[in-house]
Design a protein around this ligand. Structure first.
Ligand SMILES: Cc1cc2nc3c(=O)[nH]c(=O)nc-3n(C[C@H](O)[C@H](O)[C@H](O)COP(=O)(O)OP(=O)(O)OC[C@H]3O[C@@H](n4cnc5c(N)ncnc54)[C@H](O)[C@@H]3O)c2cc1C
Length: 500
């Protein structure tokens, strides 16, 4: 893990006032005010914060870590927090990469990982109901015993919870066949800021589709803990695949590879995994430096899968691709969740991050070039590259990686400037090419400054929803670019409490 504090006791500010703690005690809720626990719940996996964490700097100390065991307890906690006007940040695995789970100083860190029960599997209707704090491996182990898969496998599978997947609008690596989380979720149980419990979709007794006004489930999908706390979800599950196929191709240009994918999706073929790496990433991941490598994996009912693969193969050949050994898929499977290199890279003073965006096919190749030109043009840039990771009828996700180092690796100011400029370049290019500024990591703190511009007048609708559902503003203040009544959590690098 790259984001670990030094192994010593951390010294922090005093915990929440006793009036708040006494009420939590009376409500029978478990909590912890120890400095190490509060520091642990003060950070997520935001790369900007990793060097600070390594030095034992805690920027935003929560006042207390609270661990509910039921929806009723979450409801009591929010009622108490609202009456004390104390901020609450919902937290799952704290694997978010943009500061979304970083609480305000003095806030309640609401650790939801105790809500980890499977409620029921409806095998006939292919749905499973779970509490929101369950981690991916526990969920999959349960459904696979009955011959099902939810099919949501983010790279952070071991680190993240169902509630976090939904709150960030996440995507798994097999999403072309099983869907992004917004396609998988069929209903939610959410606790509102005043403690009311609302159930939507399948958890409110609705059928698989409905025409009953706007979709209230989707209102909370991607809301990043700002509109309510998700305590349970109904998820769609698929029979475990009986058949799996793999293939790999090499393209002379990244653009040709994108074209093959566009043609494939246009004909309705949706192989589970279609990942196209540019030459730099192909060299890094597969030791193939002279081609843009596409790896493909599909699974499911044999006639469906074989048809999809023949559509994709034809589109690749039409675009001049050469077949490569399908053992490259095995190579990817073996390393796909391995981020062990990150710790040594950051220790070497290299600033590194990834940025995933999405754009229509008509703009995608130009976005790829523009963003990389921008990144490569920044002083100190050591490498900039991209791959396509999720594809749709109307466009695809591009996932950029950048790394840079300044003349003096201990110069924090240089590091932050380089980091912010890299983000500016990719956010700017994405907006110029009619793209979404996030495809699956969400907004958190890092993209907060860009959301109002990206949503246009829609941002005022988001602000109105926030004011209506959380009038005191206690729910994860400062995230999604919304203003905070408690201060500015986004001043992440500039106001840290230092530990001895
Ligand atoms: C190595 C690595 C690889 C990653 N790969 C992927 C990937 O492939 N695909 C992908 O989509 N993401 C990926 N991520 C990002 C991250 O894992 C996801 O965003 C994940 O969904 C976050 O889940 P979590 O439980 O850790 O949430 P947290 O980080 O704890 O929280 C994230 C946000 O959701 C809110 N939240 C959490 N739980 C709830 C809840 N129950 N109710 C309301 N709000 C809540 C928090 O307040 C916060 O705003 C990766 C991260 C890492 C570190």
């Amino acid at each position: 893990m790259p984001n670990l504090y030094p192994s010593r006791d951390l010294d922090g500010p005093p915990p929440s006032p006793s009036a708040l703690l006494d009420e939590l005690s009376s409500a029978g809720v478990a909590f912890d005010v120890g400095t190490n626990e509060r520091a642990e719940h003060a950070r997520d996996w935001w790369p900007l914060s990793i060097p600070e964490v390594a030095r034992g700097h805690v920027t935003n100390w929560p006042g207390v870590v609270v661990r509910p065991r039921s929806t009723l307890e979450v409801s009591s906690i929010l009622r108490i927090a609202e009456s004390h006007r104390v901020a609450v940040t919902a937290q799952g695995g704290r694997s978010g990469v943009g500061g979304g789970a970083v609480p305000e100083t003095g806030a309640i860190a609401l650790d939801l990982t105790g809500l980890n029960e499977i409620i029921a599997l409806d095998a006939r209707s292919c749905t499973v109901r779970v509490q929101a704090g369950i981690f991916g491996p526990d969920l999959e182990q349960f459904v696979q015993k009955s011959g099902f898969t939810v099919g949501h496998f983010p790279q952070s599978f071991d680190l993240a919870t169902v509630g976090g997947w939904i709150a960030c609008r996440g995507a798994g690596q097999f999403s072309n066949r099983y869907g992004k989380i917004e396609d998988i979720v069929a209903g939610l149980e959410v606790v509102l800021a005043d403690g009311r419990v609302v159930r939507t979709g399948a958890l409110a007794g609705a059928g698989p589709r409905s025409a009953m006004g706007p979709d209230l489930t989707q209102l909370f999908v991607g809301s990043e803990g700002t509109l309510g706390v998700i305590t349970a979800a109904a998820l769609r599950a698929h029979p475990v695949a009986g058949h799996q196929v793999r293939a790999a191709f090499g393209f002379a240009s990244f653009e040709k590879g994108l074209e093959a994918l566009r043609a494939t999706l246009r004909l309705g073929a949706t192989p589970a995994v279609v990942r196209l790496y540019d030459k730099r990433e192909s060299g890094r991941s597969f030791e193939i430096g002279d081609a843009n490598v596409l790896i493909v994996l599909d699974e499911g009912h044999a006639p469906v899968i074989d048809a999809a693969m023949s559509v994709l193969s034809a589109a690749c050949i039409d675009n001049g691709a050469s077949p490569l050994p399908d053992s490259l898929v095995e190579t990817w499977l073996g390393h796909r969740n391995d981020v062990s290199a990150l710790a040594s890279v950051t220790r070497a003073g290299i600033v590194v991050d990834t940025i995933e965006v999405a754009a229509p096919w008509s703009e995608l190749a130009a976005l790829y070039r523009d963003a990389l030109d921008g990144l490569n043009g920044i002083d100190g840039c050591l490498a900039a590259s991209a791959h396509e990771s999720h594809a749709y009828l109307d466009g695809a996700c591009l996932y950029f990686t950048f790394a840079g180092r300044g003349p003096d690796p201990s110069d924090d100011k240089w590091a932050e400037d380089y980091y912010r400029r890299s983000w500016e370049e990719v956010m700017g290019a994405t907006r110029r090419h009619r793209g979404s500024i996030s495809h699956h990591h969400g907004i958190g703190l890092v993209r907060g400054p860009y959301l109002a511009d990206a949503l246009g007048e829609g941002f005022s609708v988001l602000e109105s929803l926030k004011a209506a559902l959380d009038p005191v503003g206690i729910l994860n203040p400062g995230k999604l670019g919304l203003s905070s009544p408690f201060g500015d959590a986004s001043t992440f690098m500039t106001s840290s409490h230092s530990c001895p």
